[in-house]
Write a protein that binds this ligand. Structure first.
Ligand code: SF4
Length: 366
């Protein structure tokens, strides 16, 4: 299958691994920002093919994992209000809030529906004009354009019973926050290719220069990731810290102009709390004043929500690359995908889920 098998070719992978070994003379620690890349790395054992001392640190780029607990609790509070149809992608349904998840609220009688596109939620709103319909709009710069388009269309079509619970986050401020941490060990970044396909690459050269780290735009298939790692190590060994694009088949420097225009119209930058990490200034989007009437938080008055995390869960350290999932005491014991204590064990892009799914739990049992 084109674009899948050809980017998993074992002979080419062996060749790239050989090149990585040939250029590496010392230990390096680099962070893959995106949870999709983390899963690909763990699934294919890429981290185990690297030269000794070359470490992949898993970053905070799992949108479900970094959605604040407070926002999950707000989603629960909205979903259980009478008459509401609450729509979400399926991976949010099992993410634990302070005590429950959306599945629990649904099983108690709330009308919680899994949709495959935010536009499906807008369709539901048009089909049910007498009921409020809310879509849970989370994610990075990748999912934001479709959510922005939905609100844009709601206004254009005069659909007033639709609203969006927004928790969008942005990658470049997170990279800055990671580099500012006194415990930071990251020497380079693999930037998320899909984010850059929307946003372009102009935000990254200043970060590479300010923090002295190479940033390599990287895709998601095994060969994409190996090439990203190779380009990163070439820069590190040469003492360079630049932006380079190892995913040119999807990413252009200017990004996607149509998506950028939609984002600029519908959203505005705001401070955002990241679950397990804390508040990062200017790291999120909220609906702009032109679209504020579609903001579910304002419409349902769920601003006074108090939260409490499981005291056992160390997902904040996992998300910052300070702890590998299997180093958490609860990993594979109190915390499993069937009984998750933190979002990083639930999400299809969570690092804890990746370590569990691909048998890295054996590491703690040996
Ligand atoms: S293994 Fe579970 S408890 Fe530990 S950090 Fe991951 S999600 Fe939290």
């Amino acid at each position: 299958m084109r674009y899948l098998e050809e980017f998993s070719n074992p002979d080419l992978a062996r060749h790239l691994v050989g090149q990585i070994h040939a250029v590496t003379t010392r230990p390096w620690a680099m962070m893959e920002v995106c949870g999709g890349q983390t899963h690909s790395i763990i699934r294919h054992g890429i981290d185990q093919l690297l030269p000794p001392g070359v470490e992949m640190i898993h970053g905070p780029g799992c949108p479900v994992c970094v959605t604040p607990l407070e926002t999950i609790d707000k989603a629960l509070a909205i979903a259980e209000q009478p008459g509401v149809i609450f729509c979400s992608f399926g991976d949010m349904l099992r993410v634990p809030g302070s005590g429950r998840d959306l599945f629990a609220v649904k099983s108690a009688g709330a009308d919680v529906r899994v949709v495959y596109s935010p536009m499906d939620a807008l369709t539901l709103a048009r089909e049910n004009p007498d009921r409020p319909v809310v879509f849970f709009g989370i994610g990075f710069e990748t999912t934001a354009p479709a959510n922005a388009m939905t609100v844009y269309q709601a206004r254009r079509l005069g659909v007033t019973n639709f609203s969006l619970l927004v928790s969008h986050v942005l990658v470049p401020p997170a990279i800055a926050a990671i580099m500012e941490s006194p415990r930071c060990r990251v020497q380079a970044f693999l930037a998320a290719g899909h984010v850059c396909s929307v946003m372009g690459t102009s935000e990254y050269p200043p970060l590479a220069s300010r923090y002295g780290v190479p940033i390599v735009v990287t895709g998601f298939e095994p060969l994409d990731i190996l090439e990203g790692i190779r380009q990163t190590i070439v820069q590190l060994e040469a003492g360079r810290h630049e932006l380079s694009n190892a995913y040119p088949r999807a990413v252009r420097a200017e990004g996607n102009p149509a998506a950028l225009a939609m984002l600029q119209d519908v959203f505005e930058v705001t401070d955002r709390t990241w679950r397990g990490i804390g508040m990062i200034p200017g790291s999120g989007w909220r609906l702009s004043s032109r679209y504020r009437e579609y903001d579910a938080e304002e419409r349902f008055a769920v601003t006074d929500v108090r939260t409490s995390e499981s005291p056992l869960c160390r997902s904040g350290e996992v998300l910052q690359g300070l702890l590998k999932p299997h180093e958490c005491e609860a990993f594979g014991k109190q915390c499993t995908p069937r009984n998750p204590l933190g979002a990083t064990m639930v999400s299809s892009e969570g690092a804890c889920a990746a370590y569990y799914a691909y048998r890295r739990l054996d590491l703690v049992r040996l």
